[in-house]
Design a binder for this molecule. Structure first.
Ligand SMILES: Nc1nc2c(ncn2[C@@H]2O[C@H](COP(=O)(O)OP(=O)(O)OP(=O)(O)O)[C@@H](O)[C@H]2O)c(=O)[nH]1
Ligand SMILES: [Mg+2]
Length: 254
């Protein structure tokens, strides 16, 4: 933990990946700005045909610092975050935040996530599955898939994290670099699990802060059955890699 904590002096970048979020982008950017008056907002857009990037750019002066990274084609949420974090860190960010653009994550929680990292966490997760956390407007089947998916991932990998698939997070940039974040390969929920696993294996400290998650009301989800299957397979692959690593360390005598 740092010897002295002075809030508001660390440089924070909030990365917002967008694909077809024309109905949400303005509200989410305004919400971020009023929650974190000094943070940089970095929108990473994949050539959304609905003009999301232009809508964000139109807010750049009013909500500065706000920048838009334009990518040529839809390339997935994970690569948008990896590119956004790299850009943020290269430009001096000490804390990198991730938030969905669909208003499922309440920007008012951002100061709490950032404060947890300022106080010494390497990763602060906006968690639905700690006391005080919840989901609103999710059908039973969706809640149950998410809840049991999290129990499965945490149980198999021994993560001691209640919401490893959550996409509302703040990382210390130092921890991102130490864990080698750019080696993460999974997409969707798997991306969140692989990032968490990597950080925990690099001895990063995780804090979960309760949030209320709301189903999006505008635009369409990009979630697919493939993403859920990918996440399930990923957990097994990470478990096998952990076992191999342990066996190798034993063989070498430490
Ligand atoms: N840049 C970029 N952003 C994406 C891509 N796919 C999704 N996103 C964004 O990532 C965030 C999360 O996507 P969602 O479609 O809401 O997926 P989700 O939150 O896992 O699923 P739901 O819970 O059903 O909303 C949103 O801000 C999307 O606009 C992509 O390929 N590229
Ligand atoms: Mg969403």
């Amino acid at each position: 933990m740092p010897a002295a904590v002075v809030f508001g002096v660390v440089r924070v970048t909030v990365v917002v990946p967008t694909y077809q979020e024309a109905g949400n982008i303005e509200a989410v950017c305004r919400g971020i700005r009023s929650a974190l008056p000094d943070a940089r907002i970095l929108v990473v857009d994949d050539a959304s045909p609905d003009g999301t990037a232009d809508l964000a750019r139109a807010l750049a002066d009013e909500l500065a610092p706000l920048d838009v990274v334009d990518r040529p084609a839809k390339s997935g949420l994970a690569s948008a975050y990896l590119q956004g974090f790299r850009r943020a860190i290269d430009d001096g960010a000490e804390i990198c935040v991730q938030i969905d653009a669909d208003l499922s994550h309440d920007p008012a929680v951002l100061p709490a996530l950032v404060a947890n990292v300022e106080l010494g966490a390497d990763l602060a997760i906006g968690s639905r599955y700690v006391p005080g956390g919840r989901t609103i407007d999710w059908p039973w089947a969706r809640r149950s898939l998410s809840r049991w998916g999290n129990r499965y991932a945490a149980g198999v990998l021994g993560l001691a994290v209640n919401d490893a698939t959550a996409g509302f997070r703040a990382y210390s940039s130092e921890a991102l670099e130490q864990m080698g974040f750019e080696a993460v390969q999974a997409e969707g929920y798997g991306f969140q699990v692989e990032m968490t696993h990597r950080l925990v294996r690099a001895e990063g400290r995780v804090v979960e802060f309760p949030i209320t998650f709301r189903e999006r009301t505008s635009g369409e989800s990009k979630l697919s059955g493939g993403i859920v299957r990918e996440a399930a397979g990923l957990v097994v692959r990470l478990w096998v890699a952990d076992r191999r690593g342990r066996r190798e360390r034993r063989r070498r005598g430490f």
